[in-house]
Design a protein around this ligand. Structure first.
Ligand SMILES: [Zn+2]
Length: 444
């Protein structure tokens, strides 16, 4: 060992001793500090009977590759596979993390644990006697909290949420998920690629889940309010008669309608957030339809239940699907790169079913979808009222819905809840991202 290296390690030891002493002092001064947190427990690591390490399943790797690095090969590998019912070696995602423990000096690992999903952790333990493996699955308890946020649209829904929600409340990937989930709730009501204008507001009450390891993710959307051109549109989650959660407006009508607002899913056209991607905006008046810029191959969905009346090449439309719906309404989907399976004249198509894929066939300069909404043969700019009426909450559930809605509204818009004196006291107010941030700033 060189003198320099010796000095270096000497300093590390001295530094660690100081750190341990500081921790001791802190522990003595602060009774509330759990004893588990105090020791850095260096001596234990040094004398540990085990080596512990973490391994990751790489791209194009198989389970056997990771296990081989833990010494589990041949008969040991066969025994391992026989013991697990949860780990399917053919269906593992790259990036899966394995925590491995092996007795010092041993060849084969004695314990492996894998986080197989957000909800579960799998433990594989090797028995000392016959070296067989046992499997146990631990359910991870996620703790749910209600949180509220308000976002003001500048350019698009995702950017607005991204600006309103800090990482500490919801990580970036989960914020994308939140934007998509809100768009899904309002699928029949709002086309988030074109209906919103700068200054429109989105309020949402969500369930945020937190694991004991401190991970945070989006649970359910409980309630939302989206102001489109100044007029509010509410959504309240309610378990309907079929035991499924549906979303209802403030008057108890389902947000599901006969027609979807847009033929492309928001999560499909909004996938290039980072590039400040905006769809082509052309007015139907000059064009008799609506153009949606989207990547080549993006799935196109039927906006309503219907029957196929055209599925083929039609001049400037290129590959076209036309559907006939109730009330003399037809919809057209042009420039498709290809048709979905089963698209032939007379075929029944249900709402949201994929009918084809975005392309640039016919008179198109780049990949986009040309969507037409025809009423009695005349191209029309579909209004929200054209979507049809939402089914109301059945009479026997109306009282239950009203009380759920009152509670959710109080959490979603606390100021409105307080104004109504006769209303029951609202549940403990949901944490407001904005007020929490302001609180943090004002403490300085
Ligand atoms: Zn067009």
């Amino acid at each position: 060992m060189s003198l320099q290296a010796w000095r270096g390690s000497h300093y590390v030891v001295a530094g660690l001793l100081t750190a341990v002493m500081l921790l001791w002092a802190a522990g003595a001064a602060h009774q509330a500090w759990s004893w588990r947190k105090v020791p850095v427990a260096l001596p234990i690591v040094v004398t540990s009977a085990y080596d512990d390490w973490t391994d990751t399943l790489g791209r194009r790797e198989m389970l056997s590759d990771v296990l081989a690095r833990a010494g589990i090969t041949g008969r040991d590998y066969a025994k391992f596979l026989r013991a697990t019912h949860t780990l399917n070696p053919r269906r593992l995602q790259p990036g899966l993390i394995f925590d491995i423990r092996r007795l010092k000096g041993a060849r084969v690992a004695s314990r492996i644990d894998v986080r197989i999903g957000p909800e579960q952790r799998l433990w594989m333990t090797r028995q000392a006697g016959d070296s067989s493996w046992t499997e146990s699955v631990e359910n991870i308890p996620w703790n749910a909290e209600r949180l509220r946020t308000t976002a003001v649209i500048q350019s698009n829904l995702y950017d607005a949420l991204d600006a309103a929600i800090p990482d500490s409340f919801l990580p970036a990937r989960q914020r994308v998920g939140l934007a998509w989930a809100i768009a899904d709730v309002y699928d029949w009501e709002v086309d988030f690629t074109r209906d919103l204008r700068p200054g429109d507001r989105v309020e949402v009450l969500i369930e945020r889940l937190q694991s004991p390891e401190g991970e945070r993710r989006l649970g359910r959307i409980l309630a939302a309010r989206v102001d489109v051109a100044g007029s509010p549109s509410y959504a309240f989650a309610f378990d309907n008669a079929h035991g499924r959660t549906g979303f209802y407006d403030d008057r108890g009508r389902s947000l599901r309608r006969a027609f979807l607002r847009a033929p492309l899913r928001y999560r499909h056209v909004s996938s290039r957030f980072g590039n400040r991607y905006h769809p082509i905006l052309k007015r139907w008046r000059t064009h008799e339809g609506t153009d949606y810029a989207a990547a080549y191959g993006t799935p196109v969905r039927a906006t309503a239940d219907g029957i196929v009346t055209i599925a083929g090449r039609e001049g400037g439309y290129g590959n076209l699907v036309e559907l006939r719906h109730v009330n003399g309404i037809r919809t057209r989907y042009g420039h498709l790169s290809k048709f979905a399976k089963g698209m032939h004249v007379g075929a029944h198509v249900s709402q949201e079913a994929t009918i084809g894929f975005v392309g640039a066939t016919g008179l198109a300069t780049g990949p986009h979808l040309h969507y037409e909404f025809l009423v009695n043969g005349r191209p029309t700019n579909p209004q929200r009222k054209d979507a049809g009426a939402g089914e109301p909450i059945p009479a026997n559930l109306k009282a239950a819905f009203d009380s759920v809605r009152t509670r959710l509204l109080a959490d979603l818009s606390p100021c409105q809840g307080q104004r109504r004196r006769s209303a029951p006291r609202p549940a403990p107010p949901a944490t407001n991202f904005l007020s929490t941030i302001r609180g943090a700033l004002s403490r300085r």
